[in-house]
Design a protein around this ligand. Structure first.
Ligand code: 13P
Length: 256
């Protein structure tokens, strides 16, 4: 994972509906993503498409990722996907702790087990943390601290080179650029996350972990968020399903 490059990670969620459409979307994104040299593009497609999409591009400017993973690599776990299996079909990244997984019952302890298993398998982990709402006493900061600290429990500093932290507040997901985090709020979150990382690890290590933002990242707001600095990229939901919008995000990011 290059520290110089910005990370633009597409979370396609449960889209597109079939492999043919997934290939078309990938191919439209590839036209731009294969030439934006200052950007590392990652496509987190539904896992069943990873292997086929991975065959469509052989360079490194686009890498494939999954949206979840299990903490065991084999055994009696019907329906689960292991880190080693994901890696073997071409996944280099995996999103862990997305709020849509947590809403289905994933606990902080589950996130921690998934993190450790994925990092051990050599995957880059895109850890998501985010509060559902903000309150005037700033209790949400306590909630975020708990999410981050428990996710990192027992994760040795040697693995941090493969970690990306995504601040993705639930109140900003699936809306529009106007509802997303402001650059001021992002700046505060950046300081907050770095502070917690510094408490757990050394300062140098803490500052080497990329911090990205997710929640209605669109062509209309990425420039301002990037220009205010201290943000290493985006986790893009709905805008990653429209190749022209996603490609615009890639172009804007590449030009900064
Ligand atoms: P939207 O970009 O659609 O708000 O989704 C954000 C997200 O959940 C990415 O993981």
């Amino acid at each position: 994972m290059s520290k110089q490059k910005k990370l633009i990670i597409a979370n396609w969620k449960l889209n597109p509906e079939n492999l043919k459409d997934a290939k078309k979307l990938f191919s439209d994104i590839k036209k731009v993503a294969s030439r934006t040299q200052k950007v590392q593009t990652v496509i987190c497609s539904p896992s069943v498409y990873i292997s086929e999409l991975n065959k469509m591009y052989s360079g490194h400017r686009i890498e494939m990722g999954a949206q979840d993973v299990f903490w065991e690599n084999k055994g009696k776990h019907t329906g689960e996907l292991s880190p080693v299996a994901l890696k073997s079909v071409g996944a280099k990244y995996v999103i862990i702790g997305h709020s849509e997984r947590r809403a289905l019952g994933e606990s902080n302890a589950d996130v921690n087990k998934k993190m450790i298993a994925a990092l051990k398998a050599g995957l880059n982990v895109v850890l998501c943390i985010g509060e559902s709402k903000r309150d005037s006493q700033a209790l949400y900061l306590k909630f975020l601290r708990e999410e981050l600290e428990s996710a990192l429990s027992g994760v040795s500093k040697n693995y941090l080179k493969n970690l990306i932290i995504t601040y993705e507040p639930l109140w900003a997901i699936g809306k529009s650029a106007d509802d997303a985090v402001s650059s001021h709020q992002m700046h505060e979150m950046y300081i907050f996350i770095r502070k917690i990382l510094t408490e757990i690890y050394t300062k140098n290590t803490a500052f080497s972990v990329p911090i990205i933002y997710g929640g209605s990242a669109e062509p209309d707001n990425v420039k301002e968020l990037l220009s205010s600095g201290e943000i290493d990229g985006f986790l893009v939901g709905h805008a990653s399903l429209k190749a022209d919008e996603f490609n615009e995000i890639l172009e804007i990011t590449n030009s900064i």
